[in-house]
Design a protein around this ligand. Structure first.
Ligand code: KG4
Ligand code: ZN
Length: 335
């Protein structure tokens, strides 16, 4: 079965072709992404209308890149999958209307996919033998969620952020340091030269006893530190970045390990843009390896940030097709 996946929930325009073979293994045939990030770097964040306008420009050329890979796409493709939410309404509409048009023209089933499950199912692009019950940590620009999956169709949200998401915390703290959007990868880069113990930033809600997160207090603490510095130099920027990353990763790892123990899961799945963070991957791997009979799965880095392949993966295992007239975008969609 060959799935065409379309992802346009935020600033990326992602199109992918993924094959699911008879044994249920996924093979990415093609994954193309166009991004308007350089535009958002100039404005310090995403302006929804500009993101959607860029996606209108990128949608067909990006689609063409994938379709040109295969012969006779209208025959070869079996299913079309598209992100219907959560995300920016204008951006989601670009992908959903494109997918609906193709589904109608080619008479192919259309699968509406929840972007958040897309991030979780990015893990299935490289591993199909993931055991349930499974705990997913979804860490993106807008979400920080711990989700318990008991099967492909049953899940329960154990906790979420009460304010900023982990990615948002990286991005906002980066802005305080004069780093362009999205600052997550740049903070990780500067952190390599910094001392993670240079500043003792707070760990809000670490011992709250639940599985919720909070990052806005951390941002305020970093702001206080930044304003107390006589000037920002390479050296103190590196120290602030390393200390910030230390605090965010510590919170994420602590609560994930606690949830994994509490719910006796067999696997932990990392997903979302922040899952590309090397320290998070390493620290989580170290802590999960201490637990008996729990395996950590992390997506390849290129499938952590938004992409079409993860949408194909969710459609391959989790979601079924619906009549195109019933499929609508839902910017607030949750699990
Ligand atoms: O999942 P994603 O591509 O988009 C959303 O669905 O939001 O995540 C984007 C977020 C941004 O906040 C970005 O700063 C963060 O992921 N990010 C990282 C890294 N790479 C991307 N944060 C920390 N370290 C990274 N290496
Ligand atoms: Zn995302």
């Amino acid at each position: 079965m060959i799935i065409l996946g379309i992802e346009t929930s935020c600033d990326e325009t992602g199109v992918a072709l993924v094959e699911k073979d008879r044994r249920g293994t996924l093979h990415v045939i093609h994954n193309s992404i166009a991004t308007s990030l350089s535009l958002h770097a100039q404005t310090g964040g995403i302006i929804p209308e500009s993101a959607a306008r860029e996606q209108l420009k990128y949608m067909l050329p990006t689609l063409d890149k994938s379709l040109n890979i295969i012969n006779n796409p209208s025959k070869t493709i079996d299913v079309i999958a598209v992100t219907v939410g959560p995300g920016l309404i204008g951006s989601l509409l670009v992908g959903v209307e494109t997918a609906k048009t193709l589904s109608y023209l080619w008479n192919k089933p259309l699968v509406p996919v929840n972007h958040l499950y897309g991030h979780i199912y990015a893990n299935f692009l490289t591993h199909t033998d993931i055991p349930f019950p499974s705990l997913a940590l979804v860490v993106s620009g807008n979400h920080t969620d711990l989700v318990l999956l008991t099967s492909h169709t049953e899940s329960e949200v154990l906790g979420s952020t009460r304010d900023d998401a982990a990615g948002e915390a990286f991005d906002k703290i980066g802005r305080l340091l004069g780093l362009p959007y999205p600052a997550g990868p740049l903070i990780a880069h500067h952190a390599l030269n910094g001392n993670p113990s240079a500043f003792q930033f707070p760990r809000p809600m670490k011992y709250s006893g639940d599985f919720d997160f909070s990052f806005s207090g951390l941002k305020t603490a970093v702001l206080r530190t930044v304003t107390s510095q006589p000037s920002l130099t390479h050296s103190n920027i590196a120290d602030i970045c390393a200390s910030t990353q230390e605090a965010i990763v510590d919170l994420l790892v602590y609560k994930t390990v606690k949830a994994a123990k509490t719910f006796h899961v067999k696997s932990v799945l990392l997903g979302g843009g922040v899952a590309a963070n090397e320290k998070l991957r390493n620290d989580l791997s170290k802590e999960i390896s201490r637990l008996e009979n729990v395996t950590l799965f992390v997506p390849e880095k290129k499938y952590c940030t938004d992409n079409g392949a993860m949408i194909c993966a969710a459609a391959a295992f989790k979601t079924s097709s619906q009549n195109i007239s019933e499929i609508t975008v839902d910017p607030e969609l949750f699990y």
